[in-house]
Ligand binder design. Structure first.
Ligand code: DQA
Length: 144
């Protein structure tokens, strides 16, 4: 089973940005964590990050026919991007939304998630563990 993990804008600045919200660990630490979790679950992961909406759309489109699941933290584009929503709907790959912070406990503008409308599950406010939960969720729904 192959899962594409997509991270959106500013997540490459983890460890630097708003540490009181996102913690002290870096984006590289997150990638290590995801790789370790995937190895434990016996799934193959492909990791992608971009600060550009179109690049995220391209990554979703290019996943078609290649991966069995998508874990996506679209970051700020969560709350604005109908293009990402449409791309997820277009490819119809089972997708799980992740947010490090608990977006529903933050500003009102973070309460809407367009991407989430195309996702089968959301893990929010669990920090890095949300990515593990998302990977596990997809791995466990793998058809036997
Ligand atoms: C985020 C939450 C978003 O509202 C924010 O714009 C981010 C990160 C999270 O992981 O908590 O950049 O997706």
């Amino acid at each position: 089973m192959k899962i594409l993990v997509i991270n959106g804008p500013n997540l490459n600045l983890l460890g630097l940005r708003e540490r009181e919200i996102y913690g002290n660990e870096s984006y590289e630490d997150l990638l290590d964590y995801i790789r370790r979790t995937a190895a434990e679950l016996g799934v193959e992961v492909e990791l992608f990050q971009s600060n550009h909406e179109g690049a995220l759309v391209d990554a979703i489109q290019q996943a078609y026919g290649r991966v069995d699941g998508i874990v996506i933290n679209p970051a700020a584009y969560t709350h604005t991007s109908i293009a990402i929503l449409d791309a997820l709907k277009a490819v119809s790959i089972p997708a799980v939304e992740v947010h490090l912070s608990d977006v529903l406990q933050r500003e009102d503008f973070r309460h809407i998630s367009y991407a989430g409308m195309a996702c089968i599950k959301t893990f929010s406010g669990m920090g890095f563990a949300g990515y593990a939960a998302a990977l596990r969720f997809l791995a466990e729904r793998r058809p036997s």
